[in-house]
Every structure is written in structure tokens, then in C-alpha cells.
Design a protein around this ligand. Structure first.
Ligand SMILES: [Fe+2]
Length: 294
């Protein structure tokens, strides 16, 4: 396989493509990277099956799309390769080898960072026979389907994303965050309507349990609005559910898709995933230009 002519087949009418003709253990030429990037931006997620890659190859492929940012909760980053965040329920030597029990809520990776994520590349090493699927919701289709008056109302609204609140209230079993980690995780306000920097299309940008409230509104009223929007945006016609097989890799666009994991038997089954996370440099550049202009 020379990796120079990928082909694509749709996963769902509103979201997702499976990619064929690419072996991620070998170099991927720039032309193919461009095609893959275009497909990602327009379809939200890309599925690569039957990939046999090392952490170095996972990182190298990811870096062809931008800069990677290690997770702030660095206790779950792969030793020697901090660019890889381990998601796993497996316990070794009395300690969980990865972040577990989270991500059951709909979210975008790094929405709580000043510059959120462009995309994530999630590689399956082990997965349960039942459960543990990842669901992806396409936010282009969800935004487009909103009533016009709702779109107009949302246009200038911002939601406050607070990862410390999420960690302490929904995944306290992962252990406490350090003072240093908390200092890096100040709440940030993100526009609810995002404009995708590459396609120019509008998307909904929220995160269940991380988006604590809408700026300038009471928590309770905000909560109901956020719940309603997430429920609307995750209606079945916008959602692809992925049944993992070992050696699948999914590259999702964190600017255009929300995701969550479905439950599995965490006590008896093993799930081990490696994730790299790209920074949304487009947004970072846009915000620094705005800051300079003001
Ligand atoms: Fe996630």
C-alpha cells in the first residue's frame, strides 16, 4: 500500500466516512493528508480499520494535521509519550493505567481550554465484546436543523466550561487534581455557535456536565437550556454509534462533532484506548488577532 490514493465510503448520511487504502504504519504523503483533512472537515469523523501502529506512528500521523497538546491530567499520559492520553478501566499494580469512568456525557475534547481542540485520534487496543461504543453527533446537521429564532437567540451566547467542576462532581474516583493542574484549568467562556475555521459552517458547541451555565444567566435556567440543546443535537438522525474492534482508529473533528462513550462492564471487561489531541490553532490565531486589535 502506497497511501497515495485513499477512498471513502459514508458511515451515515449526516456524519462520518470510512477511509480505505491507508496504512498508518507507513508514511502518508501530503496530497493524501490534504484529502483526509478535507474529508474530516466536511464529515466530522473518519474511521480507519485494521491499523497496526506504535505510539510513535500514532503521534507522527497526528502531527501531520497540527500541534498536539498533552492532557493536563498528566497522570494518565503514556510514559515516555505524553502526547498520548490513555483511556482505560484496567488496573495494574493497584493503579488505574488510564482515565476511566468518564466521557459518558456528550462533550468536545478540551472545550474547557482557552484554545480547544481541532481533533482527536482515538486508537483502540482492547475493547469489550459488549458496550463501550463511542457515539458521535454531527453538529453541522444539528445546527442547521434548529429553528431560525433559536439560531438568532444563540448567536451571541457563550457557555462557561469548567473542567474542575466536572472532574470533582462526575469523576471524583480518578483522584484529586493537583493545585497546579487546577490553576491551569480556569473556567472559560466559549461561543455556543462556533464557525468552523475551514468550512465556514456553523456548529453548536456545548458540553454536557462541563458547560456549567450560559454567561449572564442563572444556573437553573441555563441548565434547562443546555439540556434541551444537547437533547436536540443528539437526536438519532445526527448520531453515529461506533462498535469498536481492536486496531480501529477514529479521527474526529472536535470543531464539528460531540461524542460520548456508552457503558460497559467495567469490573470484568477490558477497554484500552490511546488518544492524541490536536490544538485548534485556527481559533488560537483568531483570538490572538482579536486581542491585538483591541
Ligand atoms: Fe472525549
Amino acid at each position: 500500500m502506497t497511501n497515495d490514493s485513499p477512498t471513502f465510503t459514508p458511515l451515515m448520511p449526516t456524519i462520518g466516512m470510512e477511509i480505505h487504502g491507508i496504512d498508518l504504519s507507513k508514511p502518508v504523503p501530503d496530497d493524501a493528508i490534504q484529502q483526509i483533512n478535507d474529508m474530516l472537515c466536511n464529515n466530522g469523523i473518519l474511521l480507519f480499520r485494521d491499523q497496526h501502529i506504535t505510539p510513535e506512528q500514532h503521534i507522527a500521523f497526528s502531527q501531520q494535521f497540527g500541534r498536539l497538546e498533552p492532557h493536563v491530567a498528566d497522570q494518565f499520559n503514556l510514559p515516555g509519550h505524553p502526547e498520548i492520553f490513555i483511556v482505560s478501566n484496567i488496573v495494574e499494580n493497584g493503579r488505574n493505567i488510564g482515565a476511566s469512568g468518564g466521557a459518558r456525557h456528550w462533550h468536545f475534547d478540551y472545550s474547557y481550554r482557552e484554545f480547544p481542540s481541532l481533533g482527536s485520534l482515538f486508537y483502540c487496543l482492547e475493547c469489550p465484546a459488549e458496550g463501550g461504543q463511542t457515539q458521535f453527533a454531527g453538529m453541522y446537521a444539528a445546527y442547521d436543523a434548529l429553528p431560525e429564532e433559536k439560531k438568532a437567540w444563540l448567536e451571541d451566547k457563550k457557555a462557561v466550561h469548567d473542567y474542575v467542576y466536572y472532574w470533582e462532581n462526575f469523576v471524583p474516583h480518578r483522584g484529586p487534581l493537583t493545585a497546579e493542574q487546577k490553576a491551569e484549568l480556569q473556567p472559560v467562556a466559549q461561543p455556543i455557535v462556533h464557525i468552523h475555521p475551514e468550512t465556514g459552517r456553523r456548529t453548536l458547541y456545548l458540553a454536557h456536565n462541563i458547560a456549567t451555565h450560559i454567561e449572564g444567566m442563572e444556573a437553573e435556567e441555563s441548565h434547562d437550556i443546555i439540556e434541551d440543546l444537547v437533547a436536540f443535537a443528539t437526536r438519532p438522525e445526527f448520531v453515529y454509534t461506533h462498535e469498536w474492534q481492536a486496531n480501529d482508529l477514529i479521527f474526529w473533528d472536535n470543531r464539528a462533532t460531540m461524542h460520548r462513550v456508552l457503558p460497559f462492564d467495567e469490573e470484568h471487561d477490558r477497554r484500552r484506548m490511546h488518544r492524541t489531541t490536536l490544538v485548534n490553532e485556527g481559533q488560537a490565531a483568531e483570538q490572538s488577532e482579536l486581542a491585538e486589535a483591541s
